[in-house]
Ligand binder design. Structure first.
Ligand code: AHR
Length: 325
């Protein structure tokens, strides 16, 4: 009789160790039981741009395809709302957290709570600044500094290294705004006659892009030779302002931006946007492949980088049909 108890006990211990979660930096994934769906909390910045909407669609669509229980929270551009969402995901004991952080700083406390609860955090599209890198598992994103540099190099070539540039920055404190500015400034450094005359945030939105451009036109109309926008939505707003002021965007004023969304291709086909640097938002498959690797106990890179390229208006008509976002 005693040996039967022993066998039962050993069998039970075996089950327990099979269910043991794989170790992951920034938390340990709790392996869901056979009946329980994998649950993932996704805290999204908001819906400020066409790019953002495409990213949300990609992650939501992939979760649905794979039968993942995705808890989605739109922070409407506010960090406080993202922290609230993360706190709630932790309380709900999700298996993973996916975070697209609105700004770079201020994440230590909530990420420490996630770590203490053994919930790995995967950052998507934007990086953060923390004193302890183990507070997140990996960052899946583009290299924003490289994007800014690519835009600068293209503009230098296009203008023979001479241009009065008006810059539309993304949301203050956000990684893409900081890094795209940095990369662009590095890129124009060797051209003394390329100057950023004015630079202002337009919050990554089309409406603010138009508003800020209108103000630039009002004060500096005759000096504006080029516009560098940190995303396509702001560039499209600026193009509207330039159009309304009769300033011929794409011809009289060279316009370059980042994202490569469908609207940018349409503007390039219409001859009003000169170029756009791609930043791929279709992250769904990569996010859930990474989660699966972590669940299998595999190590993943700390930075999983998407590769981007630049598109010009000359080839836009041939490419537009194949664009997915
Ligand atoms: O973090 C990526 C950036 O955020 C995109 O370039 C921009 O459109 C967005 O809203």
């Amino acid at each position: 009789m005693r040996w039967m108890w022993m066998v039962a006990l050993i069998a039970l211990m075996g089950c327990k160790s099979e269910n043991k979660a794989p170790a992951a930096e920034g938390g340990t994934a709790a392996a869901p039981s056979a009946e329980k769906k994998l649950s993932v909390g996704f805290s999204q910045v908001g819906a400020e741009s066409a790019w953002r909407t495409a990213e949300t669609k990609s992650i939501r669509g992939e979760a649905e395809k794979r039968g993942v229980d995705l808890k989605f929270a739109d922070a409407q551009g506010k960090q406080a709302q993202q922290i609230q969402a993360l706190t709630s995901f932790i309380a709900q004991k999700v298996d993973f957290i996916v975070l697209a952080p609105v700004v770079e700083t201020g994440w230590e406390v909530v990420l420490r709570q996630a770590k203490e609860a053994n919930i790995p955090v995967i950052l998507v599209d934007r990086g953060i600044k923390v004193s302890d890198d183990s507070l997140y598992t990996t960052l899946i994103a583009s290299d924003f500094v490289a994007e800014g540099r690519m835009a600068a190099e293209w503009l230098a070539k296009q203008t023979n290294g001479k241009a009065n540039i008006y810059e539309l920055q993304g949301s203050t404190g956000a990684a893409p705004a900081i890094d795209r500015k940095k990369g662009f400034e590095e890129g124009i450094q060797q051209y003394p006659e390329m100057k950023i005359v004015k630079s202002q945030s337009a919050d990554f939105t089309r409406a603010k892009g138009k508003e800020v451009m209108e103000a630039f036109i009002k004060s500096d109309r005759d000096q504006i030779q080029a516009v560098y926008a940190h995303n396509d939505d702001m560039a499209l707003g600026a193009i509207q302002a330039l159009d309304e002021a009769g300033m011929k965007p794409g011809e009289q004023v060279t316009v370059i931006s980042v994202d490569a969304v469908k609207g940018a291709f349409e503007a390039m086909v219409a001859g009003k946007l000169n170029a756009t640097v791609e930043c791929n938002p279709l992250m769904g498959p990569l996010v859930f492949d990474t989660i699966n690797k972590l669940r299998a106990g595999e190590k993943v890179e700390k930075f999983i980088q998407s590769k981007d390229q630049l598109f010009e208006k000359t080839s836009a008509a041939q490419v537009i049909g194949s664009r997915e976002y």
